[in-house]
Design a protein around this ligand. Structure first.
Ligand code: NAP
Length: 428
């Protein structure tokens, strides 16, 4: 009986859900450490208001989810803005609202403080300052144990394929989603980069033998954007040559400063869109000629070498030229289809030149941790472009949707009251 009482106290001290001084805290109001209120404020998307982020996302009071045995509750200090919630707000390509619950709280990036831990959690404790990566899996099948967790049937992206993301005062995540917060970064800098950095890391290192090596040439679409700017920095860090593509000359100095060996403006080329009908020879030849014009300018940068890897994500509009330009035996690695999903290519170049088309999706814990180590060792800059307030989270998404955002990664404050704070002590 005595030992049961002790474990009850332990659980109580760990979750303390019913010991809170208040039912709900205001945004930026910091409870006593470990004090878990019953409710929290969250930006919630519901089916009847899908559309632009300002319409789809509304603030609601939601219950704070108590952590399960292998989970932790994190008080969210700051969050990253990324494309997931642009798609979720619109319900494109599918609605991600919980079928049973009827709601979706987006947000797949965050920094915060561990506020409660489940009984099985040993690596993290209440008070730890952390960031959260967005891969969830059940840890149970053979892919999670000796295989590749990203291939597990249980794999889901937190805050997109699951409904309790970071755009809330608290979030409950698996303990294996936690990474150490880099001490030299503020809450908002720490909360803005993991999704983009870890995605770029897996794209460049996660598909051997086409893994990034010193001296390789890598063509990077959207080189000033979230994942592109991380890819450029990773290339620089390992001594590979990043050739960045942008659409506005004003972005050239930014991408060069990240370490790109060359930057080209896609507006100067006309080799985009779906592959023309190969049987319409004149039209087809014209298209290939336009692809070669881009290839020629890439050669100017690489010394007449074709690129080893193309870092793809625009999809439909760039895929034909990406697959044409990559070197014989090289890899086009793709993680998105921002401009459309109907990818086309000339199959002859794929088999004759033995090119690899590789899909890539976020990252496993090992890769997310390796990527974070690069940040901790200051090899990568989080490139926080802007930091918004809690109330501006929807409009920040609209800015991204309209491609009007500044280069780099956007962040927003949640419980951190102002920018520049780095620790729990700063919040008091
Ligand atoms: P972002 O910050 O908006 O950057 C994307 C960049 O792509 C833009 O800055 C733009 O740069 C460029 N771009 C846009 N339309 C283009 C087009 N038609 N042709 C060529 N370039 C174009 O977004 P992000 O955070 O980097 O994310 C990019 C995509 O990857 C999104 O669709 C996102 O959902 C996806 N993603 C997937 C994963 C995954 O795990 N599967 C993870 C992260 C992101 P310029 O206009 O300067 O060329």
């Amino acid at each position: 009986k005595y030992s049961l009482q002790i474990s009850a106290i332990k659980i109580k001290n760990k979750t303390r859900g019913f010991m809170s001084a208040k039912r709900i805290y205001e945004i930026g109001e910091i409870p006593e450490i470990g004090d878990v209120p019953e409710e929290m404020y969250a930006w919630v998307i519901r089916e009847d208001r899908l559309g632009v982020p300002e319409k789809a996302m509304q603030i609601e009071k939601m219950p704070v989810q108590k952590p399960g045995q292998d989970e932790v509750l994190v008080m969210v200090m700051a969050v990253g803005i990324n494309y997931n919630n642009v798609w979720a707000s619109q319900g494109i390509p599918i609605s991600v609202i919980g079928k049973d619950t009827g709601y979706h709280i987006g947000g797949s990036d965050a920094s915060g403080i561990v506020w409660a831990v489940g009984d099985n959690v040993k690596r993290w404790k209440v008070g730890d300052e952390v960031i959260i990566h967005c891969n969830r899996d059940d840890g149970d099948d053979e892919e999670c144990n000796g295989g590749e967790p990203m291939y597990s049937k249980s794999q889901r992206i937190w805050g997109y394929e699951t409904n309790d993301g970071s755009f809330a005062q608290f979030t409950t995540v698996q303990s294996r989603q936690l990474l150490k917060k880099p001490g030299h970064l503020s809450w908002e800098e720490s909360g803005c980069y993991t999704l983009t950095l870890a995605t770029a890391y897996r794209m460049l290192f996660g598909h051997p033998p086409h893994a990034l090596k010193p001296g390789m040439n890598v063509l990077i679409w959207g080189a000033s954007g979230g994942i592109g700017s991380m890819a450029v920095q990773i290339c620089k860090a390992v001594g590979a040559n990043a050739i960045g593509i942008i659409s506005d000359d004003e972005k050239i100095p930014f991408v060069k400063n990240l370490g790109a060996v060359g930057v080209l403006n896609r507006k100067n080329y006309d080799c985009f869109g779906q592959l023309p009908d190969v049987s319409k020879q004149e039209e087809y030849r014209d298209f290939i000629k336009k692809c070669r014009a881009l290839g020629k300018d890439i050669w100017e940068i690489t010394g007449k070498k074709d690129v080893d890897i193309v870092f793809e994500h625009p999809g439909e509009s760039t895929f034909p030229v990406s697959t044409y330009l990559v070197k014989t035996g090289g890899m086009v690695v793709i993680c998105a289809g921002t401009s459309g999903y109907n990818l086309t290519m000339d199959a002859r170049y794929i088999w004759m030149r033995q090119k690899r088309i590789q899909g890539s999706h976020f990252a496993n814990l090992y890769q997310a941790n390796q990527a974070n180590d690069m940040m901790i060792h200051k090899l990568i800059n989080p490139l926080m472009s802007e930091c918004f307030n809690w109330s501006e989270i929807p409009s920040a998404h609209t800015k991204m949707m309209e491609n009007k955002h500044l280069p780099g990664n956007m962040a927003a404050l949640v419980q951190a009251k102002k920018t520049g704070m780095k620790t729990l002590n700063d919040l008091k």
